[in-house]
Every structure is written in C-alpha cells, then in structure tokens.
Design a protein around this ligand. Structure first.
Ligand SMILES: [Zn+2]
Length: 329
C-alpha cells in the first residue's frame, strides 16, 4: 500500500521564523515564512491591526512587537476577510472597533462556525493554544464598499475592490505612504487558497490593486514586498496561479472529466511551476474542488465543514475505489 498524504496540513508541525518589518513610519508587517501575516498601521493617536493571528495567545507575540515601536493604544482591528486563521486572535488586542465589510459580516453569520471547526482541523499548528479562542470574532463596525478612517492626520482607506479570495475581501491603503495591505488577495511564494474564491473576478481585483500604485505591499502570506518591482512580482504570481488553475479545471470540465481526474491532471500541470510554494499540497484539493464547482453549477462557494473536508481529501488523495465498488458506469 502506498504512503497516503496526511490530511491537509496535519503533518506540518515545525514553527516558522517571525519577521517584523518596517515599511514606513506608519506601516509594519508581521510575517512568518508563509504563515498568515498581520499588518500594523501606526496613526497619530492609535494603532490599527490588520488580521489578528489565529488565537489570542499567538496575538500576544504581535502585541509584544508593536510595543517595541509604539506605545499608542491599539484601537482598531480590521478583518481582511472572515477566515478563522486570520481573525480568531482578535480578543487579545482589546480594540474598540473591529472592522469588516458587510459581505464579510454576512459570511460569518452564514458559515463562520463551520469554517472555524474546519480550519482548526486542517492546520492545527496555526491554532496554537486554541483553547484561548473565546468564540467567533464579530465586527462592530461594518461598511459597504469603502470607508476612510483618519488616525489623526494619517488617512487610512479601507476598500473592497472586488471579489477574489472571498466575496468580502478588504484591503487597507495608505495613500500618503503608498503602502497596501492585501490580505489573501495577494500571496508571495505561498500558494493562494481558493476554496472560497471567485476565480473569474480575482484578476480584475488584482488590476484594481495595481491601479492604486502601491510601492510596498504586505501580502496575506509570504514576505513583505518592499519595492515596486517586488509588488509587481507578487501581483503577477498570484494572477498566474489563479488563472492557470481555473483554465486547467475549465478545460477538464469541458472535456467531461470527473473531479478526481481533473484534480490529478491539474495537480500535475501546476506542480512544476508552483509546487515549491508553501502549502501547495494543502491548497490544491480545496482550490480544484472550488474551481470545479464554479465551472459546473455553483456560482457561490459551498460551505466547508470538517466532514466535507475529510470526504474531499479521501476522494482526491485516497486510494481509488476498486472498480467493483464504483457501480455500473
Ligand atoms: Zn483566507
């Protein structure tokens, strides 16, 4: 019997090295070799944290690093989208305002609880001290489209530029610094997770990010992009992955192939170009499944549950069922 891949990222147990990079007087990035990033905006009178880490205990390390550069109060937490791994550490900051788009709020209502359970089981290492999570993170300041926050004289634009990684994706743009925090809309040398994605919208949303003219960018995963050229590389890499994957899946669907076949062919086609990016093996089953759904009969992502995760993994990465059990085809 061949060695089976362990479910999702259960076998990924080694801690990553954290970097805390200064992008400008006002902007910092907390990154960890491809683990989910946190962004920090330092205003005149308050600090904003963009994505929180997965648990309050993990968020304490972010707070410790913020305190190395400023003693201003952390008044704002912004959720770039609803995924548990980015938002369940929110309570640690004691912020007055937790900001999210209306679409993100709606997703938390609809599927936040299922997502929390699914994500914790997919990637246990990223939920260190998961017992410190008090429950779902609920925004208390919800906007539609865009809003501007003035942290003293610092203008902070909070923008929903289009769908991509999720339908609620929100970016933070500091026009005076030309710094952008993208959430998972942009990744760098890390595989885009697309299990809740809108593949057909994602490239136009990347165009909208590029049109702002960011000179530095904090991606959802991967190192902070510190030059216009690096920003360009991050945008181009994410666009290529999303476009290549969806094209491969659509071609398989058009040829009448089933999900398992489309998955194997897409995996083999993508592996040479993208296989070295972190969490490639983790993301591919969920990404291909969502692309297959979109190309067939599900315009909106179906809800992932811990049970559905396991079924999918077994269907795509498990041993093929013997012909005798497959029914009369
Ligand atoms: Zn995400």
């Amino acid at each position: 019997m061949s060695m089976q891949k362990q479910f999702a990222s259960k076998a990924d147990v080694e801690d990553k090295k954290v970097s805390f990079d200064r992008l400008s007087d006002r902007a910092y990035a907390y990154t960890a070799e491809g683990d989910p990033n946190t962004g920090i905006v330092v205003g005149d009178n308050a600090v904003m944290v963009i994505d929180t880490q997965a648990t309050p205990v993990m968020a304490q390390d972010v707070i410790r690093r913020i305190r190395d550069v400023t003693d201003k109060p952390i008044r704002y937490v912004l959720m770039s989208h609803y995924h548990a791994v980015r938002v369940l550490g929110a309570s640690a900051y004691g912020a007055d305002h937790i900001i999210a788009s209306r679409d993100t709020y709606d997703l938390i209502v609809e599927r936040g609880a299922q997502d929390m359970k699914s994500e914790i089981e997919r990637f246990p290492r990223l939920f260190r001290a998961v017992e410190s999570v008090p429950g779902l993170t609920w925004p208390n300041l919800v906007f539609v489209g865009e809003m501007t926050l003035w942290l003293g004289k610092l203008e902070v634009q909070i923008l929903q530029l289009g769908r991509g990684h999720t339908k609620g994706d929100t970016v933070v743009w500091l026009p005076g610094e030309k710094v952008l925090f993208s959430g998972d809309l942009v990744e760098f040398e890390a595989t885009p997770y697309a299990g809740d994605a809108y593949f057909e919208d994602w490239p136009a949303t990347l165009d909208a990010i590029a049109a702002l003219g960011p000179e530095k960018l904090v991606p959802g995963r991967g190192a902070a992009l510190m030059t216009p050229r690096a920003v360009q590389a991050g945008l181009a890499g994410t666009r290529a992955f999303v476009t290549d994957l969806y094209a491969a899946v659509k071609a398989g669907v058009a040829a009448g192939k089933d999900l398992r076949t489309v998955y194997r062919e897409t995996f083999d086609a993508m592996k040479p170009k993208y296989g070295q990016w972190v969490i490639f093996d983790h993301c591919m089953p969920f990404d291909v499944s969502r692309a297959f759904d979109l190309a067939t009969k599900y315009p909106d992502p179906r809800i992932w549950t811990a049970e559905r995760d396991q079924e999918l993994w077994l269907a795509l990465e498990g041993e093929p069922a013997p012909a005798s059990l497959r029914g009369a085809e």
